[in-house]
Design a protein around this ligand. Structure first.
Ligand SMILES: N[C@@H](CCC(=O)N[C@@H](CS)C(=O)NCC(=O)O)C(=O)O
Length: 206
């Protein structure tokens, strides 16, 4: 059975769990990372020399980097649905995966750290406001895209939504003032209608 190392509340691990739930892949999740440790053991470092989660072992085939894992699982187990069949449709979904890691998450991470990892008296209000504004700028790009598309890759749910949707939940759940981004909101509601998203992503942040 597919093994997944990683804590269930990690944004990157949740991408993999959600992908498995959508594709109907049976998996065993092994606690690792943060207070669970494990990631610095020599055994784990042999699997992932970066000491990070998620890391998977699919019948002896080891993969790390959350988006790469999602692409692998989608291609292997959900071709034609999570993994769009033709190269152009795939690129439409794929680019939002890269965007999620390279552009959106770096703006959300300071907000997440401020509210979830920093005691209230030590929070920097100016830095929080700066990150909030940067996040809104990036999410507005997504909002404009979603004006013409039900899902990030086009008309149907794909791996692209998985990569973006995990960060989007943090945005929706953090105690920040959110402007009205109507297309983003409707997309989020489409995700929230999916049992798998509710089961492994829409959890209290920790
Ligand atoms: N680019 C990597 C980032 C992985 C990453 O930063 N994982 C965090 C959890 S979200 C981690 O393993 N942190 C160390 C720890 O939890 O001990 C990916 O997308 O998989």
């Amino acid at each position: 059975m597919l093994k997944i190392w990683g804590n269930a509340d990690s944004v990157n691990v949740q991408k993999v769990l959600w992908c498995c739930e959508e594709a109907g892949i049976a998996y065993e999740r092994i606690d690792a990372g943060r207070h669970h440790g494990v990631v610095n053991t020599p055994e784990f470092r042999k699997l992932n020399p970066n000491g990070l989660v998620p890391t998977i072992d699919d019948d002896g085939f080891v993969v790390w980097e959350s988006n790469t894992i999602v692409r692998y699982l989608a291609a292997q187990y959900a071709p034609g649905s999570l993994w769009p069949a033709d190269a152009r449709s795939r690129a439409e979904a794929d680019r939002w995966m890269d965007w999620a890691n390279s552009t959106l998450w770096p703006t959300l991470l300071p907000l997440f750290r401020a509210f979830m990892r920093t005691p209230e008296p030590q929070r920097d209000a100016a830095a929080i406001e700066h990150a909030r504004r940067e996040s809104i700028e990036e999410l507005s790009v997504l909002d404009a895209h979603l004006a013409a598309h039900d899902f990030v890759g086009g008309a149907t749910f794909t791996m692209g939504d998985i990569a973006v949707g995990c960060g989007a939940w943090r945005w929706m759940a953090l105690p920040v003032e959110r402007p009205r981004l109507p297309h983003l909101q409707r997309w989020f509601e489409r995700l929230a209608a999916r049992p798998a998203y509710r089961k492994v992503v829409m959890l209290p942040l920790s």
